[in-house]
Design a binder for this molecule. Sequence first.
Ligand SMILES: [Zn+2]
Ligand SMILES: [Zn+2]
Length: 240
Amino acid sequence: MATEQTCILVDAGFSFREIRQRLRQAGEDFARVDAVLITHEHSDHVSGLPMLARKFRRPIYLTPLTEARLDWGEARPVVERFQAGQRISIGDFEIDPFTIPHDAVDPVAFCFHAEGLKLGVVTDLGYMPASVKHHISGCHLLVLESNHDLDMLKVGPYPWFVKQRVMSRVGHLSNHAVAEYLSAEYDGHSEILVLAHLSEQNNHPAIARMTAAEALRDAGAGGTRLVLAEQHRPTEVFQF
Ligand SMILES: [Zn+2]
Ligand SMILES: [Zn+2]
C-alpha cells in the first residue's frame, strides 16, 4: 500500500522478479518501496525474500521469532524487529500488527492507518478470534482470507493430515467462517472487501464470492463492494 510519500510491501511470496513486475503493473516502482513487512515464515509468504533482501537497502520488519526461522542466503538485510501489539510508524503509516491463530512460529496480520483511512490485511488464520474481529473493525478496505470450501476440501486431493491441518484452529479460514463473521459481526464499514488466499485445489472463486455476497446481504452491508484476489494476476489498484 502507498501514499504519495510512503510505499509498503506486505510479504514476499513471489519471486523477486515477479514482485517487481507486479509492482510495475500496479503503477509502483520497487525503488520506491520504503519497507517490507513479513506476516510469517511460510514459503508462500517469504520465498522471494532472500533475493529481494539482496537488492533492498531499506528495512524488513518482522518479529524476532519469525526472523529466527528465515534463511537469508547471501543477503545481509536491514532488519527491524517488532512484536505483535506494538505499533509501528513508517512514513505516513501507523501500523498495528496483531496475532492470528495459524501454525507458524509467530504469525501476525496488520492494520494500516494513513490519511484518515484504515486498511486491514488478514490472511492465514484458522478461525476468527474476538481479538482479530476487534482489530479489523472500522476498516475502509479489508483483505480477508477465504481459503477453502469445506466440502471441496473434504473430497479434494490433499492427504488427510493436510486436510486436518487446513481445517484446524491454526489452519486457514473457510468460506463458511468468513460468511459467519460477515453475517453476524461485520460492521458493514468497509467500502471494499477483498477475499484473498483462495486455495486453487479446495475452493472456487464463484463459490467464495457467492457465499460472502449472501452473508453481506444478510448483514444488510450493501455498501461493501466484494472483490476476489487471484493468484496468477494482480488485483486492481484501489484508490481512496
Ligand atoms: Zn501460512
Ligand atoms: Zn499463506
